[in-house]
Design a protein around this ligand. Structure first.
Ligand SMILES: [Zn+2]
Ligand SMILES: [Zn+2]
Length: 292
């Protein structure tokens, strides 16, 4: 079977958090690269996509699918800095389906990249850009055996959760979403069940949740419960609150793993590869080029 793996390029929520106290887990906002054989899918275009785009350019990757959960700034602010968008060898499909009105993906990018907010407009992209609109629960057939399922999430202004199914294995990317405390979101639970890995909005903890009702985010404990209910081996704790530091995330890792051995903290450079039999192998590139 073919390679199937994800790499986290940014795991923070809301706003980047560059600081000496945040070097271990990284400071960039949401971006996850998924490799399905030779194909490249990139989920969200937060600041993490800048490094991802640089690497894809260095590898001369010609075909890229960017799938956006929604267009809050922490999920799109890196888009204007994706090098392949400015290269004529590249073909890039940008998918979005969270809109609650008749806004299209192209409208969204054009409104976002325009003076006086930003000097460059999408007219300056040299790549072949294909804007793709959908409405959850649409099933996106990306070819080469890659099927991407979608689900609507509970988030202000809308958001979409994704599930990539490839050669009998599955990765779920579920951010940003709010659950009703004490109640499982059955639509999400059914959607993620049986996957090998789930990346999940863990902005808060159950203890904090009462203070943040209506903010559109969930908890690491809810991620654990969804994994346990759905037979999912690995949870990637994701969309870290800006106040979380390396020290508090390391503590969270211990606490989460005591509840669920497959819990991992989303960190820039973390790669999870899913083998033919569904086993997950982990590595971490700390930026020195040495995976460890
Ligand atoms: Zn967010
Ligand atoms: Zn959001």
């Amino acid at each position: 079977m073919s390679r199937f793996e994800l790499t986290v390029w940014g795991a923070r929520g809301s706003i980047p958090a560059p600081a000496a106290a945040n070097t271990r887990y990284g400071s960039d906002t949401s971006c996850v690269e998924v490799r399905c054989g030779d194909r490249v899918l990139v989920f969200d275009a937060g600041t993490g996509i800048v490094g991802c785009g640089r690497k894809l350019y260095e590898e001369q990757v010609g075909e890229i699918d960017i799938l956006l959960t929604h267009c809050h700034f922490d999920h799109i602010i890196g888009l204007p800095f994706v090098i392949p968008l400015y290269k004529d060898h590249a073909a890039v499909r940008i998918h979005a389906g969270h809109f609650l009105d008749d806004t299209t993906c192209r409208d969204m990018v054009e409104r976002f990249m325009r003076p006086p907010y930003f000097p460059v407009t999408p007219k300056q992209f040299a790549a072949h850009i294909d804007y793709r609109d959908f409405r959850p629960p649409a099933v996106l057939d990306l070819g080469d055996g890659i099927v991407v399922r979608t689900v609507r999430l509970n988030h202000p202004n809308g958001a979409v959760g994704y599930r990539v199914d490839f050669e009998g294995r599955s990765i779920c990317y579920i951010t940003d979403t709010e659950h009703e405390p004490g109640t499982r979101d059955e639509a999400v639970a059914a959607f993620v069940a049986g996957a090998e890995v789930m990346i999940y909005d863990s902005t808060y903890s159950d203890e904090d949740m009462a203070k943040y009702r209506g903010f559109g985010h969930s908890t690491w404990q809810e991620g654990v419960r969804l994994c346990q209910a759905g037979g999912i081996d690995r949870l990637v704790i994701f969309h870290h609150d800006v106040l979380r530091t390396d020290a508090s995330l390391a503590k969270l890792a211990e606490e989460a793993q005591a509840h669920f051995a497959g819990a991992r903290i989303g960190a820039t450079g973390l790669t999870l590869a899913i083998g033919d039999d569904g086993t997950v192998t982990e590595s971490h590139d700390d930026g020195t080029g040495q995976a460890g």
